[in-house]
Design a protein around this ligand. Structure first.
Ligand code: ADP
Length: 502
């Protein structure tokens, strides 16, 4: 180990490209790599899901740990592996009864939370805490444990009372998912009895794993400065706003970056044509052709000329899908716009989108499911990107679309507010405009903003300027990784009594 390298154990429940359900997976791939590139000595700890284990080639057994589960002691085998997509070792918690099952990390095939999620992630957190104390005597003890979201919320809680423990950092990627479980789960898992208190993890008659991270971590981060402020208010706080307000001294808003090695229109391997800010049009047009051809093999020229509005994302209320569903019929009547939508999520939204596509097969292109390659093609081939999230901790898709010359249309919230500058007379003049922002959360404002975007689209010179502004902005990880490294290096005691909304 080189001198000065910070040893960081990064614990999370998903990581691109091994297992990903959303933006968390992207961040858990990119941030540790950005830290590694800056000299950090990283290990990434993941649960041994079946889909993940199948992708591992050579593994070394680091050792075995026995921890308390719901029905008694659970044995976990800790594997170490080098994976070609990762520049640092992966550590995997191999515990077949909890993780070796088909499908999603969090839900069953019918979309219900796995019934033993409390046990699965309590065990994962216990193991993470033990590894943080080098319980296996590997000779590698981290100086920092960085846990992410509710699935790892208890890591800092398990470590809190331990002497000679590493510093704990907890990042909230989405406060909407609190890891709420019942009192009987609390009892069955034999969690420390002093945790059953409103000052600790207890939450409205049950307990919250996310709350554990907020209460016990030495530093709490969330993924944009605006979201860091929003979650301290009742509107965005899910009942945790009071707690977060009281912990503002250790709360940091650090904007996520995007991985420009993977999301770059001049090199993207998913695209039939490449382009860059200096020369956008020919490449973008070919991607648009390919995207339309994916759905409509014999599209005529009118389809190619018409504006194409794209959306990629989880089909849940957070993402404003109901606003999109309400806006589309109006726009079909008023304009010649086409829509291309990729997502999966709530069955009702999936069905409504599929029905719209069946009713208007030449104007609405819908794919229900998860398709990494199509997501890239939509970012590149659409003319504008719809992201009217009601709340958005950071959001990656709007940054991808900015990078791909596909101006985003967003609601002014969280990371969307921090990254998208609305096109108006002043911002177009000073060349800071990169997209479209509405600030009243309703369909009428969303529609007005789309109309403004469609009007500007008809002015090619101004549109190109808008595209270029987004494409020339830097959304890489350098700044964010620097902020995290600074956070890791701040002695715990010095964190107190300073309000950090960086
Ligand atoms: P969130 O984390 O709330 O889901 P983000 O915008 O931060 O939203 O990140 C979403 C990530 O997941 C992006 O990389 C996006 O491309 C990807 N994604 C979401 N849904 C799909 C899908 N159906 N197919 C492919 N990629 C998807």
């Amino acid at each position: 180990m080189k001198r000065g390298e910070k040893r960081i154990l990064f614990a999370a429940s998903e990581a691109y490209p091994l297992i990903k359900t959303g933006g968390l997976g992207d961040v858990v791939y990119s941030l540790p790599h950005a830290l590694h590139a800056r000299g950090a000595d990283v290990r990434l700890l993941l649960p041994g899901y079946r889909a993940l284990l199948r992708q591992l080639d050579q593994v070394r057994i680091l050792g075995w740990l026995d921890v308390r589960g719901a029905e008694g002691i659970v044995g976990a085998r800790i594997l170490e592996t080098r994976h070609p997509d990762f520049a640092f070792p992966l550590w995997v918690v191999d515990c077949p009864p909890l993780f070796d099952r088909p499908g999603s990390p969090y839900v069953s095939a019918s979309g219900q939370d796995w019934p033993d999620n409390a046990e699965r992630f309590a065990v994962f957190a216990r193991v993470a805490a033990l590894l943080a104390l080098d319980a296996l005597d590997t000779g590698w003890q981290p100086e920092v444990v960085h846990a992410n979201d509710w699935q790892t919320g208890l890591v800092a809680a398990f470590l809190a009372d331990q002497p000679a423990r590493p510093k704990t950092v907890f990042t909230i990627h989405n406060l909407a998912y609190g890891g709420y479980f019942s009192h009987s789960d609390f009892v069955r898992l034999q969690l420390p009895s002093h945790w059953w208190s409103p000052e600790s993890v207890e939450f409205h008659g049950g307990f919250s794993m996310l709350k554990g991270g907020i209460v016990y971590a030495d530093a709490v981060a969330t993924v944009s400065p605006t979201y860091a402020a929003e979650i301290c208010t009742p509107e965005f706080g899910y009942g945790l706003d009071g707690l977060l307000l009281s912990r503002q001294y250790k709360l940091h808003g650090i904007l996520n970056g995007i991985d420009t090695g993977i999301w770059n229109p001049s090199t993207d391997t998913h695209l039939p044509a490449h382009y860059s800010a200096g020369r956008i049009l020919p490449g973008k047009r070919r991607n648009k052709q390919a995207l339309i051809a994916h759905f409509l093999p014999r599209a005529d020229d009118a389809v190619l000329q018409a504006p194409l509005l794209g959306l990629v994302g989880r089909l849940v209320e957070q993402k404003g899908i109901d606003w999109v569903l309400a806006a589309i019929p109006v726009l079909l009547l008023e304009t010649d716009a086409r829509f291309v939508l990729l997502g999966s999520g709530q069955t009702l939204y999936e069905q409504k989108l599929a029905r719209l596509a069946r009713q208007h097969p030449d104007r609405i292109f819908v794919e229900i499911g998860y398709d990494e390659s199509l997501a890239h093609l939509i970012e590149a081939g659409a003319d504008m990107f719809l992201m009217p999230s009601r709340f958005e901790p950071c959001g990656l898709n709007q940054m991808y679309s900015l990078n791909y010359g596909t101006p985003p249309i967003v609601f002014k919230t969280g990371g969307l507010a921090d990254t998208v500058v609305d096109a108006n007379t002043a911002t177009l003049k000073d060349a800071s405009a990169n997209g479209f922002v509405f600030d009243t959360p309703d369909v009428a404002s969303f529609l007005d903003t789309i109309r403004r975007a469609l009007a500007l689209y008809r002015k090619p010179a101004q549109w190109r300027k808008l595209q270029q502004t987004g494409m020339r902005q830097s959304f890489g990880w350098a700044d964010s990784a620097g902020h995290y490294l600074a956070l890791y290096s701040t002695p715990v005691s010095e964190d107190s009594h300073v309000i950090h909304i960086t």
